[in-house]
Design a protein around this ligand. Structure first.
Ligand code: FES
Length: 156
């Protein structure tokens, strides 16, 4: 196992890619880790996961922008773990343009397949992302018929 701390510039990024490849991470995981998609909060969201925590203690939050059951945008924030960052990045890309019913059918295995796998000790990171997505969808469904109620929720 290698340490990836403090590797930030381009030359070091190349070194990091080599180390990660040697440690068995797929090229897709490495790309999403170094260039995470949708790693931010969404304003004016329609579904929000609150803080979802993995058994390891790392957390993730997911925001969804949904129009008539169609996911138009998705974003996430997580603790800085390669499995969580790559899973959240891949999952938020996967759900854009999907209907809520399709997004509900996504499983942790689907995320792992799309990433080209994760080492065994990071497999639970995909489950964390999946749980956060399902919670954001639950939140969307709870408020979709009365979105004004969300204003009260946010003030509590
Ligand atoms: Fe636990 Fe990634 S979420 S190590």
């Amino acid at each position: 196992m290698h340490s990836y701390e403090g590797k930030t510039d381009r030359a070091e990024e190349r070194d990091m890619k080599e180390l990660l490849t040697k440690d068995g991470y797929s090229a897709i995981v490495i790309d999403h880790w170094l260039n995470p998609r949708n790693f931010r909060r969404l304003e004016n969201y329609d579904g929000y996961s609150q803080r979802i925590t993995s058994p390891c203690g790392d957390a993730m939050w997911i925001w969804l922008k949904v129009n008539d059951n169609l996911i138009q945008n998705a974003a996430y924030v997580s603790d800085i773990c390669i499995g969580a960052v790559s899973s959240g990045s891949m999952l938020t890309e996967m759900v854009k343009g999907k209907r809520i019913t399709e997004a509900l059918r996504i499983s942790p295995d689907d995320i792992l397949r799309a990433l080209g796998g994760l080492p065994e000790h990071f497999v639970h990171c995909a489950a964390l992302a999946n749980t956060a997505l399902k919670e954001a969808i639950r939140d969307y469904n709870a408020y979709k018929d009365a979105p004004w109620k969300r204003l009260y929720q946010q003030k509590c």
